[in-house]
Design a protein around this ligand. Structure first.
Ligand SMILES: *[C@@H]1O[C@H](CO)[C@@H](O)[C@H](O)[C@H]1NC(C)=O
Ligand SMILES: *[C@@H]1O[C@H](CO)[C@@H](O)[C@H](O)[C@H]1NC(C)=O
Ligand SMILES: *[C@@H]1O[C@H](CO)[C@@H](O)[C@H](O)[C@H]1NC(C)=O
Length: 346
């Protein structure tokens, strides 16, 4: 009898540590600029310099990592402070399409976030941000799942608020056309994913847009689904893959290398004292089957990944579930935003 359980497949791959981030950061966007450069957009910084983190601070600081020299540089800040930003790179330009922003001014030290529809494009050569048409009224959101297809950026799901004990999740799918600078609607049948999702991951491979994992409404409602839309045949609508993640996860990170979608970590694991998932799981685009790989060396959530060459880069994130009481070396922590940076070598 053959055992098809993903738990029995060979755990390949390994982890390498890279230069620490200039700031402890989580809930940011990570995007490639070119084959040597990665940018961190938005997110929250650690509040307080003591052993125990005092809160979170939404940021506009943009930091760029140079792969060959393993060093960080600071660039022009985003035009607004934003966490859970929707970001993507098209033709070497970075598009920032909405996100979540502080509901109060001055901001509270814990999540009290509302949506922003502000959109901007960053010229990586001139180091300048320019405004774009905002998201349409009623579609402003953060933590959406993005896919780039030629000149188009597809934006699926997302959320409109996050407070410590509550959050929503949307099914909305819209698209930004980087040539016309306009938001576009999809055909009705393709304009909603099958169930609300945020804190998931996604990518376009070939002409298919994959929306993987994430949460439905509450942090604990983790999901292991893969939704697929053929962008060249949108009238066919969204399909649900038979390949379900071995361990459903939200707050995960992920990126595509070749025909494989790598996913890492996540938040709200009831079986871990720190509430973090350590799983590395891979979706084979061709067979639509999942396999498990070597667990994260430093399990995290609340980060976003970029794949370049044979590595998936994973900057920052949170070392524990936000708001959970976790004791480390005799001290109670409710948050642990990190400056740890590593890469999974395939
Ligand atoms: C994007 O906009 C351009 C210019 O208006 C248009 O020619 C093109 O067809 C649009 N692309 C898509 C995929 O709709
Ligand atoms: C937690 O552990 C139980 C028992 O091993 C298992 O059935 C369940 O799937 C686990 N839950 C998660 C979210 O991993
Ligand atoms: C991953 O986490 C699980 C429980 O959350 C734990 O049992 C397991 O030992 C961890 N694996 C590694 C390699 O750290």
């Amino acid at each position: 009898m053959t055992n098809a359980s993903p738990h029995n497949t060979k755990r390949t791959g390994h982890w390498v540590n890279l230069a620490k981030l200039p700031h402890h950061r989580q809930e940011h966007g990570t995007v490639p600029i070119d084959d040597n450069t990665i940018a961190l957009i938005g997110g929250v910084f650690r509040l307080g310099d003591g052993d125990v983190q005092e809160g979170l601070l939404t940021t506009d600081v943009v930091e760029v990592y140079d792969i060959p020299s393993d060093t960080w540089k600071t660039k022009a800040p985003t035009p607004y402070k934003v966490n859970h930003p929707n970001v993507a790179t098209v033709n070497g330009k970075i598009y920032l399409l909405g996100g979540l922003v502080d509901a109060q001014d001055p901001p509270l030290p814990y999540p009290d976030w509302i949506p922003s529809g502000e959109c901007h494009v960053y010229d990586t050569v001139k180091d300048v941000w320019s405004p774009l048409e905002p998201m349409e009224k009623g579609t402003e959101r953060g933590s959406a799942i993005l896919g780039v297809h030629g000149e188009m950026i597809y934006v699926a799901g997302g959320m409109t608020f996050l407070i410590p004990d509550d959050q929503d999740s949307l099914t909305t799918v819209t698209a930004f056309n980087t040539t016309s600078g306009k938001w576009q609607k999809l055909p009705d049948i393709a304009s909603n994913i099958p169930e609300g999702r945020q804190h998931g991951v996604g990518a376009v491979v070939g002409h298919n847009f994959y929306v993987v994992g994430g949460r439905y409404m509450k942090k604990q409602n983790v999901r292991g689904t893969v939704f697929i839309l053929d962008l060249n045949n949108q009238q066919a609508g969204w399909k649900i893959s038979e390949g379900e993640m071995p361990v459903p996860r939200g707050g995960l990170s992920g990126a595509v290398l070749g025909k494989k979608f790598y996913t890492f970590g996540g938040e709200a694991n009831p079986n871990a004292t720190d509430g973090i998932f350590n799983e590395t799981e891979v979706f084979d685009i061709t067979t639509e089957k999942w396999s498990q790989k070597k667990a994260m060396a430093v399990p995290r959530h609340g980060l976003s990944a970029v794949a370049i060459g044979n590595k998936v880069y994973l900057p920052g994130g949170g070392l524990q579930e936000d708001g959970l009481s976790v004791w480390v070396d005799g001290k109670e922590h409710l948050l642990r935003t990190t400056d740890h940076f590593d890469a999974y070598v395939v």
